[in-house]
Design a protein around this ligand. Structure first.
Ligand code: IFM
Length: 421
């Protein structure tokens, strides 16, 4: 089985050019303008200026030797109102990007939704958003389906729903738990409609943020139900887990429709959840284990959790394939990032262990190619294989990027000896 090494980004985090070409506003364009929403007071108006500098960025990917690049399309760039009127210039941007990737022999993985909902649609859970998403998926499938084989419907619906509609720390900045459940439900229904709207030949998956959950027994079960089983059961066609429906009571959504079969499940992994009992609505809260090694985000470094979650998804859900669609680390600024080198090696070793034990993992995408706009933290959190100077927008490959490139190169040589690639 061949294995893809890639890197991932998301439109709002890198593109900038927020009103360059007839793009409509997204909920993030609005949210960053709410006083206090972003710790640094920044916006993503410019971000990495990837919209203009994409040829340089594709050249960087080629220099690193990436097999694949996961990016997202900005829905309001192609459909400024979310539905109806198409922005031809916006679509042309993604045409150019996809063509540039293919010319560089880099396989595009296209994410339809990485959190920048068209502002005109309001929020997930509002009437008609799921049908609008299907229209958007169909448009992109018709336009890019001849060149893009691999599609991801949603990125981290848990984060988009609950950080955005319950904790209020992401766009659209709402704080209403039942609404957050409805938002997640409408994303899952939209996911199903989008899969049906994409070309039948496409390889389609979804990127879920998943973590092993440990700690107090009830807290760990509820955290697992909330984060992992709610979404895995749903996209696998099992409906919502009954114990969680009971826990959510009247707020639980109606049963889901049948779900289309997926080509793969994408796993975004950053840390395990160690939890203890806490009040409703969640019934659990996260704690930091003593002696944990923490990243700049305050997240524990725990590579075994990646192996464990991959094996569990493989065992309990039997997906056709798995991809690690995100994994990476925020560290202080600097080009000599040996900690990131160690982080990547440890997590790639965890992936190898999972594969050796039978998990059908077909690729790994580092989060992220470029330092970028890390949502409510602005540009203060640096996750990139490539450092970005946000004054000059100069890009410089870090030690970790060089190291990742050498690993890819070494695999290519080994692979060609074994007749791969
Ligand atoms: O930057 C985000 C990304 O957009 C979604 N997954 C987690 C990353 C790091 O926080």
């Amino acid at each position: 089985m061949s294995f893809l090494y890639g890197a991932a980004t998301a439109a709002y985090q890198v593109e900038g050019a927020w009103e360059a070409d007839g793009k409509g506003a997204s909920i993030w364009d609005a949210f960053v303008r709410v006083p206090g929403a972003i710790e640094t007071g920044e916006t993503g108006d410019v971000a990495c200026d990837h919209y203009n500098r994409w040829p340089e960025d594709v050249a960087l990917m080629a220099e690193l030797g990436l097999d694949a690049y996961r990016f997202s399309v900005s829905w309001p760039r192609v459909l400024p109102d979310g539905v109806g009127r198409v922005n031809a210039e916006g679509l042309a941007f993604y045409d150019r990007l996809v063509d540039g990737l293919l010319e560089a022999d880099i396989r595009p993985f296209l994410t339809l939704y990485h959190w920048d909902l068209p502002l005109a649609l309001g929020h997930w859970g509002a009437d008609g958003v799921d049908d609008a998403f299907a229209e958007y998926a169909q448009l992109l499938g018709e336009r890019l389906g001849d060149r893009v084989h691999d599609w991801i419907t949603l990125n981290e619906p848990e984060v988009a729903a609950f950080a955005g509609h319950y904790r209020g720390v992401h766009a659209p900045g709402l704080r209403d738990f039942p609404l957050a459940l409805r938002a997640a439900d409408s994303m899952l229904r939209a996911h199903a409609k989008a899969v049906e709207a994409l070309p039948s030949t496409a390889n389609i998956g979804v990127a879920l943020n998943l973590s092993p959950c440990e700690g107090d027994e009830q807290a760990a079960r509820l955290a697992d139900g909330y984060l992992n089983r709610w979404f895995l059961d749903a996209v696998s066609g099992r409906g919502y887990p009954t114990d969680m429906e009971e826990w959510y009571g009247d707020a639980a959504p109606d049963p889901l429709p049948p779900m289309p079969e997926l080509g793969f499940i994408g796993v975004n992994y950053y840390y395990r959840r160690v939890v203890r009992d806490a009040p409703r609505p969640l019934g659990w809260e996260q704690i930091t284990p003593p002696d944990a090694e923490l990243t700049e985000m305050g997240w524990e470094v725990h590579p075994d959790g990646l192996r464990d979650i991959l094996l569990r998804v493989a065992r309990e859900y039997a997906p056709r394939a798995l991809y690690v669609t995100e994994n990476g680390v925020a560290l202080p600024r600097g080009l000599e990032d040996q900690r990131r080198v160690r982080y990547l090696d440890a997590h790639l070793a965890a992936v190898e262990e999972a594969r050796a034990a039978g998990a059908p993992v077909e690729g790994y995408f580092v989060w992220t190619l470029l330092d970028n706009f890390e949502w409510s933290f602005g540009t203060s959190m640096r996750f990139g294989l490539v450092e970005v100077d946000f004054e000059t927008l100069t890009r410089t490959i870090r030690s970790s990027g060089r190291h990742y490139g050498r690993r890819i190169e070494a695999r290519r040589h080994a692979g060609s000896r074994q007749g791969h690639r």
